[in-house]
Design a protein. Structure first.
Length: 421
């Protein structure tokens, strides 16, 4: 009998052996890649647990399919299911143009307060990459999901709201550097201490739990001193107050150097001097994007705000083969709610062609299984995907960039992964 995943009184997820998990197959190529992915999930769970565990999949509607059937892009029943069952997984969704909901993904994040956008980025041997050494990229991005510009607080020039903000800034705040006031639109960037701390706390806890060497707070605090700069400062303060004895911050390192007068020549000496603790450091966003190309091995866990995280996660995904193979999740670690999702778009021109790469959904499912504690099944899938790609049995996106590869359809790729479990 199917049961629900719940959050225990101890703050830990309670996962039964036969949980019900809602899914949205998605728009465009969504149905093709979902049909392939769900077969992989079921096969891996059956193999790992010999029938002792099984997911009862519950389809819910959102996006174009929902609109065609119900007249709503995001039916209330779907949101209710996501709230009730805690965990869910989805394919790519159409964002309506010219009205309606601003973004279905943003709506889910805001309604369920999914404050972490989790994007692990790693390289699978054999994946075509523009990088010389893509295997050096192995990072987990914790992107703040509910604040920053994605809060959606913006006003178009020519509207009464924009005029009201303009007059307030000029007349009451004394702002003089709005260059072209009569044609200026406005956006507001909220960044709170609470929102920053819960995101950075999750990143540090992940690094400690997985024995990773560092957490880098990525920001643009040299320019946005009271939003992104505060994000950095709040992060350092949190690390020192809540994780004393488990981490070593750059602030502490600078104080140690001043007190000892010691000059440190390189990263290896810093790490050895710190004695195996998780290093908490920071990087300005533009410099980080440069360093992610030049020295990606120096970074493991990234904590950053929403817009920076959007750029960084897609840029890093490109280094290891593109967003077609990039998984993602939106999580509230306090309530347990989590939505696992493909990170790419709907590609409607390829709908129903059975040609696209299902790895983004497959690997998002791996993240979901790990979150559930079903790590044996997750590991089986990860190894099988890697073996399939190494064997050069791939879909059209990789086939076009490989020599002597075998071209597979979406469903055939799933067949091959299942054979390699």
């Amino acid at each position: 009998m199917a049961e629900k995943v719940t959050m225990g009184a101890d703050g830990k997820l309670q996962v039964p052996n036969h949980p019900t998990i809602p899914f949205i197959e998605g728009d465009g190529i969504g149905p093709d890649i979902w049909k392939a992915s769900v077969r992989v999930f079921d096969a891996a769970i059956a193999k790992a647990y010999k029938g002792g565990k099984q997911i009862a999949w519950l389809e819910v509607l959102a996006g174009e399919k929902a609109f065609n059937q119900t007249g709503s892009w995001m039916p209330e029943a779907t949101m209710d299911a996501f709230k009730e069952y805690l965990l869910s997984i989805k394919g790519p969704l159409t964002t309506p143009v010219g009205g309606g909901i601003r973004s279905l993904n943003v709506a889910l994040r805001q309604e369920l307060d999914l404050y972490v956008c989790l994007r692990p980025v790693r390289y699978f041997e054999g994946v075509p990459s523009p990088m010389w050494q893509p295997e050096k990229v192995n990072m987990v991005i914790f992107r703040e999901n509910t604040e920053d510009i994605y809060a959606g607080i913006e006003y178009m020039t020519g509207t009464p709201e924009a005029e009201k903000i303009l007059q307030f800034l000029i007349n009451e705040m004394g702002v003089k550097n709005i260059r072209f006031p009569q044609s200026t639109s406005f956006g507001i960037k909220p960044v709170s201490r609470e929102g920053s701390e819960r995101l950075i706390r999750s990143a540090i806890e992940h690094a400690i739990a997985h024995k990773l060497p560092s957490v880098t707070i990525v920001h643009k605090g040299n320019i946005m001193k009271f939003t992104e700069g505060a994000f950095k400062n709040w992060g350092y303060a949190l690390a020192e107050s809540e994780f004393s004895g488990q981490v070593y911050t750059w602030n502490q390192w600078e104080r140690t150097k001043k007190e000892s007068g010691e000059a440190v020549a390189n990263e290896e000496m810093k790490i050895s001097a710190i004695g195996g603790k998780v290093i908490i450091k920071d990087a300005i966003a533009d410099n980080f994007l440069q360093q992610a190309l030049l020295a990606p091995q120096d970074y493991s866990v990234i904590a950053t705000l929403n817009l920076n995280g959007d750029y960084i996660s897609d840029a890093l995904a490109a280094q290891v083969g593109g967003i077609g193979i990039a998984p993602g999740a939106n999580i509230n670690y306090m309530t347990g709610h989590a939505v696992f999702e493909a990170t790419h778009g709907t590609a409607p021109r390829f709908a129903n062609t059975n040609t696209m790469n299902p790895c983004s959904v497959i690997l998002s499912g791996v993240m979901m299984l790990e979150y559930m504690g079903w790590k044996d099944a997750a590991e089986l899938i990860t190894i099988a995907v890697g073996k399939t790609i190494r064997n050069k049995k791939v879909t059209i996106d990789f086939y076009n960039l490989m020599k002597e590869a075998t071209l597979l359809k979406t469903s055939e790729f799933a067949d091959e992964v299942i054979r390699n479990l």
